[in-house]
Design a protein around this ligand. Structure first.
Ligand code: SAM
Length: 107
């Protein structure tokens, strides 16, 4: 799985414990350093660079847990940045997952 904006890496760590190969990306170099020290597979990579970094279909699942509510703020919208960030995320969701990525909440 690919964890977009993995934060402190807890989800990646739990996934790894359960035998799931996980990669995380973030724009925070301190998060990269901390999670690499824990043996997690993480990369310093902005959302806008992800589709150039990974081949289409590399991941069965792409997880986006938490980052979006930080993007679409009043300030971001006023500056026209909400559209750009959401576009980057939709591009990732469209191009990177493999065929088993569709998950319906509650199933
Ligand atoms: C609120 S944290 C979410 C943490 C984690 N997913 C969780 O559930 O605990 C937001 C994460 O998104 C990352 N992030 C924010 N903007 C980003 C961007 N443009 N590209 C890549 N990562 C970004 C931050 O570095 C951070 O890891």
């Amino acid at each position: 799985m690919l964890d977009l904006g993995y934060g402190n890496g807890r989800l990646l760590a739990r996934a790894q414990e359960r035998g799931c190969a996980g990669t995380g990306i973030t724009i925070s170099s301190s998060q990269v350093d901390a999670c690499r020290a824990e043996g997690l597979d993480v990369q310093l990579c902005a959302f806008g660079e992800a589709t150039g970094r990974f081949e289409a279909g590399t991941f069965d699942v792409v997880v986006l847990n938490g980052p979006t509510e930080h993007f679409v703020t009043e300030l971001a919208a006023a500056a026209g940045r909400d559209h750009k960030l959401c576009s980057e995320l939709f591009e990732i969701i469209e191009h990177l997952p493999g065929s088993v990525s569709a998950v319906t909440p509650g199933t």
